[in-house]
Structure formats: C-alpha cells, structure tokens
Write a protein that binds this ligand. Sequence first.
Ligand code: CTP
Ligand code: MG
Length: 231
Amino acid sequence: MANARRWVVIPAAGRGERFGASLPKQYAVVAGKTVLEHALACFNGLERLAGIVVAVASDDDRFARLWRPAAPVHTVVGGETRAASVAAALQWLHDGPAREDDWVLVHDAARPLLSRDDLNALVHESEQNGHGALLGVPVADTIKHADDGMVSETIPRDKLWRAMTPQMFRLGALRDALERAGPEVTDEAMAMEKAGMKPTIVRGSATNLKITTLNDLVMAEALFAMRAQTR
Ligand code: CTP
Ligand code: MG
C-alpha cells in the first residue's frame, strides 16, 4: 500500500468570474508563464507520479498549446462546478489506468505557488495515516459574522483554518464521497467530511495563494520575485 501510485487532478474548467478578465484566470501570465503552467510545474519530480488529469472547459482552446510537464497529461471536459470537474477527472481515472487505492492529489489550477516543502509534508502525512490529508493555514485575523455590513458576533478563531490544495485521498474513497456529496461541495475534504471522515489538515504556507481577483495576481508576481531572489 505504501507504494500506491500517485495521480494529480487539476480542475481548470472555471470561468474566473471574480477575476473579471476576458481570459479565465488560469491563463493569466505571472512570472513569465500562465498560472496553470506554474500549477502543473509544482509537481515536477514528484516520485511515483503516474500522470496528471486536467479538467478543462468544453470550449477550451488554450490548454493544448501550453507547456507540458514530464509526466503524462490527460484532459477531460469539466462540469458546471469545481466538484463536477474533479468528478469527471476521477471517473476517467476509475474507468482507465488507476486503481481504487491509488492516491489522488487534487490541486486548483489557480494556485501557482505551491512549494515543494508543503507538497512533501502533505504526501508524507497522507501516506503515514493511510487515508489522506489537505493543506491549510490557521486563521490569523479576528473573524466577524455580519449581516448587511453590521457585525452581530465575533467567531472564536482558535479552531478555524483556511483550506487549501492539494488535497490528497485514495481514488475509490474520494470518488464515492464526491458522488454522494453532490456537485456543490467546494473541496474534496468537504465531501469526505460529509461521508463521516475527519481528514487531517496539514499546516502549509500562506504563500500557496489562490488567484481569485486581479489583486492576487499582483501578489503572486511579488511572491515569485521574492522566490527568485532567495534562490
Ligand atoms: N473549477 C473547475 N470547474 C468549475 C469551476 C471551477 O474546474 N466549474 C476550477 C477553477 O478553474 C479553479 C478551481 O476550480 O482552478 C478553484 O475554483 P475558483 O477559484 O472558484 O475558480 P473559478 O470558478 O474559475 O472562479 P470564480 O468562482 O471567480 O468564477
Ligand atoms: Mg468558482
């Protein structure tokens, strides 16, 4: 079991509505490459990586022209929600080359800055506990509950985390959980929680940011520049 293969699934079929550009954000360029190319490159050199499945929109005509990593890449057509896009990729793995106990690492196309240390920590924890895990960071700000801009309550933050990706689970367990949870869950861990599991959250780095708005792209550019300086 310890030697189960690893697959990466990249949901990249979103339209990036909050980003608000004419191109979906995964095709925006930062530090000389598209956000999606960076996301793919994060897995370069990962041991026992059998392949990468990318879910793209049905009208996508850009992915085929991107840089390809060394691992085999397969594309599937994504769905209306992130969960549906991930489910399409898992279905392809299930019908095709993967086994039920293989590991699947699901990683947002919109996260170009995953570090090798965070990836290694996630893989290590998942393979130790045998079920899987996700990356996250503890919430640092004071959290308010507000209706129409009026604060009614402060939520204790000591047990709150921001969930990130990758999220790593066994193919069979994840496919079952997503199927039962339906298309509205916003990450894989949420589907596992609904199935009664308690996924382990591994503390990662806040620099593993998800590009949501144009401002995040500016932040990502600065983080890549810092990374280049410290090399
Ligand atoms: N995603 C997907 N299929 C969808 C919706 C989202 O594959 N139907 C992917 C996105 O491409 C992204 C990841 O899921 O890599 C995280 O979603 P999010 O940040 O919400 O991206 P978008 O849905 O594209 O952005 P927005 O919600 O602002 O429209
Ligand atoms: Mg979205």
